[in-house]
Design a protein around this ligand. Sequence first.
Ligand code: GLP
Length: 251
Amino acid sequence: MLRIYCTENYEAMSRKAAAVMAAQVIAKPDCVLGLATGSSPVGLYQNLAAGCAAGDLDFSHVTTVNLDEYAGLDGTHDQSYRYFMDHNLFDHINIDKSRTNVPDGKAPDPEAECRRYEALLASVGPADIQLLGMGRNGHIGFNEPADTFTVPTHVVTLTDSTIDANARFFASRDQVPKKALTMGVGAIMRARRVLMVVSGPDKAEAVKAAFAGPVDPHVPASILQLHPDVVLVGDKAALAGLVETGVEVCV
Ligand code: GLP
């Protein structure tokens, strides 16, 4: 089942999506949250931090599993996803950092690190909520368009489109890592609920293809059509193409 919430702008999207995450933490304080990076969830994380500061949210029993990490960057690199998570969320909430998990981009054997991470995902159990953004090419985590869906955590070679999109965060394009470690679609689809946030006109085409087109590994997010509980929260610019197809949108 897909529930779509269309908001006026990024701020409203962030508040709505944060409310979905907050409800989960309140309903099940020892929940497993699957987390994502990128600019889309930053506002959501700010809302969660504000909820924690206000005493409304307690993360002390929460476990987190992140989707992905760049190969070759360690957690002190300011573009690593570990650094991102610490600075955008973990340092601002009362979470026990030993319960926060991100693939190790500096692992000497990335394939072995993928196996370790997959075993860890199995041991903590399915995420109660898996938060996702979406790449302009329809990628989720770093599951890039391909001829098949890849189920377990794996090493990927990033596409030119993804390198271009993420180059804005690095001093130059050639500093963007060419490879990453990412959760596969297996752990994403095992999550009890998927929460996707999308913002801005750059995402409109991918959002439409993912939710109104065929299920196709060339649009990785389209696999979410097969998930029983997806909440898609987007601003009207990102949802424009999908809304045009006549899908039902919640208020
Ligand atoms: C990166 C991440 C994805 C994220 C995507 C979109 O490639 N690996 O998890 O969804 O960027 O990022 P943004 O939200 O900045 O558009």
